[in-house]
Design a protein around this ligand. Structure first.
Ligand SMILES: N[C@@H](CCC(=O)N[C@@H](CS)C(=O)NCC(=O)O)C(=O)O
Length: 204
């Protein structure tokens, strides 16, 4: 039995929802309303002392962190999403690291500023996002997927915050390879979209 502790507006949580959808795995959902501070309450602290979503429970195993969750799901339910050959695995790890650090400090942060009113330097965050996206666009030249010849957890890890970068005023119009790649992900069986968030919500 799988249970996801989720919040609809979270791109990190969307990574987990997307992986569950692509693997077509049934799961229970527990909404943790970040805007209302539910993640700071003792009940959720007991599940994740870092007070963040997403968290996945899989038959008694509690996994926090979106990258750990999608890796666990792939490894245990369809390992073809996380190929282990030397070359492919090295490339996948590079994209997972980028998702955990550069995407978090770039497009995810830019969206935190506009959508949640977070206090970061907006111009510097948008600039950093474009520097990174320009490199990603070159790396995706002539490629359908980030790694190898099929979709992997690298694509799942990177999708949510790149697709929703415009919500943080990081426009994607000039990145043709990225736009093509986003469309490829959106055509996959079991794809689930993240709700667009044009409205500003309370700071977390
Ligand atoms: N490294 C974590 C980061 C998760 C994260 O930043 N979650 C945000 C929502 S997008 C959160 O729960 N924020 C509430 C808080 O930090 O207080 C992951 O990949 O799951």
């Amino acid at each position: 039995m799988l249970t996801l502790y989720d919040f609809e507006l979270s791109g990190h949580a969307h990574r987990a929802r997307l992986m569950l959808g692509l693997l077509q795995l049934p799961y229970d959902k527990v909404i943790v309303n970040l805007a209302q501070g539910e993640h700071k309450q003792p009940a959720f602290r007991a599940i994740n002392p870092f007070t963040q979503v997403p968290v996945l429970e899989d038959d008694g195993l509690v996994i926090r962190d979106s990258i750990a969750i999608i890796t666990h799901l792939a490894n245990n339910y369809d390992p073809s999403w996380n190929p282990q050959s030397r070359d492919l695995q090295a490339q996948i790890q590079q994209w997972l690291a980028l998702a955990a650090r550069n995407l978090a400090e770039g497009p995810a942060r830019a969206r935190l500023i506009t959508v949640f009113g977070a206090k970061f330097d907006q111009a510097a965050t948008i600039d950093a996002s474009h520097s990174m996206l320009a490199v990603i666009d070159v790396l995706l030249e002539g490629k359908q997927w980030m790694v190898g010849e099929r979709a992997t957890i690298a694509d799942v890890a990177c999708y949510s915050y790149i697709a929703h970068a415009p919500e943080g005023k990081v426009e994607l119009d000039s990145y043709n390879n990225i736009l093509r790649w986003l469309n490829n992900v959106e055509q996959l069986d079991g794809f689930v979209a993240m709700q667009a968030t044009p409205l500003k919500v309370e700071a977390l």
